[in-house]
Design a binder for this molecule. Sequence first.
Ligand SMILES: NC(=O)c1ccc[n+]([C@@H]2O[C@H](COP(=O)([O-])OP(=O)(O)OC[C@H]3O[C@@H](n4cnc5c(N)ncnc54)[C@H](O)[C@@H]3O)[C@@H](O)[C@H]2O)c1
Length: 268
Amino acid sequence: MKTDVGAGRLAGKSCVVTGAASGIGRAVAERFAREGALVVATDIDADGLRRLAEQLPQSVSTVVGDVAQPDDARRMIRAAVERHGRLDVLVANAGVIPLMEITEAEAEDWDRVMAVDGRGMFLTCKYAVEAMSGGPGGSGGSGGSGGSGGAIVCLSSISGEAGQRGQAVYGPAKFVASGLAKHLAVEWADRGIRVNAVAPGTITTERVGRLRDEPGGPEYLEAIEKLHPMGRLGTPAEVAAAVLFLASDEASFITGVVLPVDGGYLAQ
Ligand SMILES: NC(=O)c1ccc[n+]([C@@H]2O[C@H](COP(=O)([O-])OP(=O)(O)OC[C@H]3O[C@@H](n4cnc5c(N)ncnc54)[C@H](O)[C@@H]3O)[C@@H](O)[C@H]2O)c1
């Protein structure tokens, strides 16, 4: 892996992006690479990761794993420390997005979402904080830099800030993302770790595109588009731009915020 420090708003920064094989995570990894970052892209989708790494061989390396499994989540963070000497930025993005009302949902649906969007976010944040602070398993361990602070950006959602129809299983997991960002921000502010979240409105990712083929999906999409005051859905690149800002030194006095990227949805 080439580790030249290039130009850009994340020049030379060591970054982990979870769920980077598609959608918002992929757009974040691509934007970070363009901004000079050294990106460890992680996902359960090995093929998607391979395509991303082939496209950006200078700046992207990969780890295949499941964020809900402690060993895998730890491996994702360790890879950044081992490959680039430290961890500067985590984007905790991996998530699953089921669309169902509570009467359709079973306990297994709840557990599946909470495993990825809840527990997976907790685990990757935990190991990232350890790496950034020089704590257990972090860069304070063998061969590390001792930890020198960093920035975490969690992927919340408009459904992690407000109620929506059809989101009774997914939405509460996104409240975890908003809540984790605020609690970690306060807990780690005096040790140089900033933790923020973005709350995207509905974004034109592959996942949202597939809703057109799911029962009730087309009706949902038509209704949700109208609920965004700008009258359109957002793009992955627009979310990546907000994530970049919060991850960069330009946001050096910003921690504990949940930044809507939603065409005005939450302002209503
Ligand atoms: N698309 C939207 O409209 C929207 C809106 C608000 C928030 N979000 C949030 O943004 C994030 C990304 O969503 P997206 O729309 O890009 O979805 P997506 O399905 O396109 O991408 C999610 C990625 O996460 C990966 N993933 C799933 N489970 C995993 C696991 N256990 N371990 C590792 N990787 C795993 C998938 O393989 C996929 O590549 C999610 O956290 C989602 O809740 C999305």
